[in-house]
Design a binder for this molecule. Structure first.
Ligand SMILES: [Zn+2]
Length: 282
């Protein structure tokens, strides 16, 4: 009966050999592991029907969710990264960019656009984590800066949706300069009296947290989003202490005064509209 008895413990199938359900039909929640129809997930603003977990989505989905009838005009859609440092890690940087572009269908880790949200003119810059971890290099910084300029010139309120691992190491100092550039542009927007709302999603870390993501007139977040500068492991090793429970979750950050409120993605469009009606539109 040896064929009947499991000789080795646990399941031994490597991840790459696992049989996946075809994409686009069923979805398994990344948190509670319950299964639901992908169409139902989409209809629920990409949040789990069972536990409310917010799946990571990108600019395509946010633009669809927020702009009326999914209609918008993209700004600077063709900006692409150069290779200022001739950087090579496991592969040359230009090759990494090409591969990321082929995999995601995106040019870089942010898309910027304007359109109407419940009839209100709005500029949105939305980061895409699927593109090299949503890292900020020259292109992200430049597109965000130009979107801020556009918002200031047109006097349209600005929403930046952040989801980022931080600065892009392959552009080193050029990436860090984007923090100063975007912050300076936001100061001009502030002087012009045009509102800026920053939405922090899971995860928002590093140079993005340390620049535009925390500079909103309102800094808001999605539930349970990881928000921080350095990762918990780095902090733990630096201070040599265990960190409090829930450290760097949106709820923890809210409680410590760094956020204005947390918004469920299903309510996002209505909450943003209500907020803008209070502070901007008569
Ligand atoms: Zn769930």
């Amino acid at each position: 009966m040896s064929w009947f008895i499991r000789k080795e413990k646990n399941i031994q199938t490597p991840t790459e050999q696992k049989k996946e359900v075809p994409d686009g039909l069923w979805h398994k929640c990344g948190h509670c592991k319950q299964v639901m129809l992908a169409a139902d997930l989409k209809a629920n603003a990409y949040t789990c029907l069972h536990c409310g977990f917010h799946e990571r989505i990108g600019s395509k989905e946010y633009f669809e969710l927020l702009f009326d009838d999914g209609q918008f005009t993209e700004l600077n859609p063709h900006l692409e990264s150069a290779d200022p440092l001739n950087f090579i890690d496991s592969k040359p940087y230009p090759q990494r960019i090409k591969e990321a572009q082929a995999k995601t269908g995106l040019k870089d880790a942010v898309r910027t656009a304007y359109g109407k949200m419940n009839g209100i003119d709005l500029v949105i810059a939305c980061m895409d984590f699927s593109f090299i971890g949503g890292s900020m290099g020259s292109v992200v910084g430049e597109k965000v800066a130009r979107a801020i300029d556009f918002a200031r010139e047109k006097r349209y309120p600005l929403l930046i949706i952040s989801r980022s691992g931080g600065a892009r190491m392959m552009e080193a100092g050029f990436s860090l300069m984007q923090m100063a550039k975007t912050s300076a542009k936001l100061a001009l927007l502030d002087e012009a009296g045009v509102p800026y709302i920053s939405l922090l999603t899971d995860p928002t870390t590093g140079g993005v947290t340390a620049s535009f993501a925390m500079l909103g007139d309102f800094n808001i977040a999605e539930p349970q989003a990881l928000i921080g500068f350095a990762g918990p492991r780095v902090i733990r090793e630096t201070i040599g202490k265990d960190l409090p429970k829930g450290f760097q979750s949106a709820e923890f950050v809210l409680e410590h005064g760094f956020l204005d409120f947390i918004v469920d993605r299903k309510e996002l469009k209505d909450e943003l509209t209500a907020l803008l009606k209070m502070i901007w539109v008569n």
